[in-house]
Design a protein around this ligand. Structure first.
Ligand SMILES: [Fe+2]
Ligand SMILES: [Fe+2]
Length: 291
C-alpha cells in the first residue's frame, strides 16, 4: 500500500474510528481510597498539568477542524478531539472525587499557527505516550497506587496509543499529498519535531518539580523510584511500546523514531560498565520483574 494514497487514508481513518471505545468517567470503577493511599494520590504533583494538557488538546483540535477539507480525515480528527475532551473530564472527575488540590491554572487558549500547533501536539503525544507506556508499567509493578486506578489509566493510555498511530499515518499522508513524502525528508522533519517535544517535556518536568517543592520527589516517589534507572526505564518503554503497537493493523505505519532512538540508547548504556556492583542485587531483582 502506498503511503499517502486513498487506500492508506481510508485505512488509518477507518481503523481509528472502529477502535473507538467511549470513556465515561462517572461509570468507571473508582476505588475508595483512605489514609496513606489517598494521600499518595493527592501528593502527585502533575494532575493539574495532565488535566490542562487534555483540555488544551481539545482546544487545538477544535481550532484545526475547520481547516480540514477531507471529510473522512476531519471526522477522525473530530473523534480524537472528543476523546481528548473525555480524558479531560476523567481528570476533572478524579480531582473532585479524591479532593485533590489544584492551583487553578487555566489551559492556554490562543494558538498562532493552527496546523503547526496541531502537528507539534502530535509529536508531543508520541513522546509522552512512549514514556508513559513504560512509566505506567513500572508504577503498576511497584503498586504505587491501587490497581483499579491503573485499570482506568490503562484505558486512557490505550486511547493515546491509537492517537499516536493515527498521527504518524496522518502526518505521513499529509506530507505525501504535499509532495514531501520522501522518507528521508519525513525523517528530518521528525527529528526536528521530536527535539522540540523533548525540550517542552523537560521544561514541564522542571516546572512540576519546582511547584511540588520537592516534597513529592523526596518522599512518596521513593516507592516508585526504588531501583529505578535509565536502562530499566528505556527497556520497559520499548517492551510496552512493542506490546501496545502489536494490536494495530499491519498496513498502518507505527511510530518508529523513538523506539529506534531508545534501542540505540539502551545498547549504548549496556556498554557502560556499572559503577557499583555491590548494589546490583536489588536492582537486578527489580529488573527481573519486568521480563
Ligand atoms: Fe489524551
Ligand atoms: Fe491524545
Amino acid at each position: 500500500m502506498k503511503i499517502g494514497s486513498e487506500t492508506h487514508k481510508e485505512l488509518f481513518c477507518r481503523s481509528f474510528r472502529e477502535s473507538h471505545q467511549p470513556l465515561k468517567p462517572e461509570e468507571l470503577m473508582w476505588p475508595q481510597l483512605e489514609g496513606s493511599e489517598l494521600q499518595r494520590l493527592q501528593q502527585i504533583p502533575f494532575w493539574e498539568e495532565a488535566l490542562n494538557t487534555e483540555l488544551e488538546a481539545g482546544v487545538k483540535i477544535a481550532a484545526y477542524l475547520p481547516m480540514i477539507s477531507d471529510p473522512l480525515v476531519r471526522d477522525a480528527i473530530a473523534l480524537m478531539g472528543e476523546e481528548e475532551a473525555s480524558h479531560g473530564r476523567l481528570f476533572q472527575y478524579m480531582i473532585q472525587h479524591y479532593s485533590i488540590e489544584t492551583e487553578g491554572r487555566t489551559p492556554a487558549k490562543a494558538f498562532k499557527n493552527i496546523e503547526q500547533t496541531f502537528i507539534k501536539f502530535g509529536y508531543n503525544e508520541c513522546l509522552d505516550a512512549f514514556l508513559g507506556f513504560g512509566l505506567f508499567k513500572i508504577a503498576r509493578q511497584s503498586a504505587f497506587l491501587p490497581d483499579p486506578l491503573f485499570n482506568i489509566f490503562d484505558r486512557l493510555l490505550q486511547d493515546e496509543a491509537r492517537h499516536i498511530v493515527f498521527f504518524v499515518n496522518w502526518v505521513a499522508y499529509l506530507q505525501a499529498s504535499r509532495g514531501r513524502g520522501a522518507s528521508w525528508l519525513r525523517g528530518v522533519n521528525s527529528v526536528w519535531n521530536y527535539g522540540k517535544a523533548v525540550q517542552g517535556l523537560l521544561g514541564l518536568v522542571n516546572n512540576s518539580i519546582e511547584r511540588s517543592g520537592n516534597d513529592f520527589s523526596a518522599t512518596e516517589a521513593s516507592v516508585f523510584l526504588d531501583g529505578f534507572n535509565p536502562e530499566m526505564l528505556i527497556s520497559t518503554c520499548l517492551q510496552e511500546n512493542a506490546r501496545r503497537m502489536s494490536s494495530f493493523d499491519d498496513g498502518l505505519l507505527l511510530p518508529e523514531f523513538l523506539p529506534t532512538l531508545a534501542q540505540f540508547a539502551l545498547s549504548t548504556l549496556k556498554l557502560i560498565p556499572k559503577r557499583h556492583p555491590q548494589n546490583s542485587g536489588n536492582l537486578l531483582k527489580k529488573e527481573g520483574e519486568f521480563n
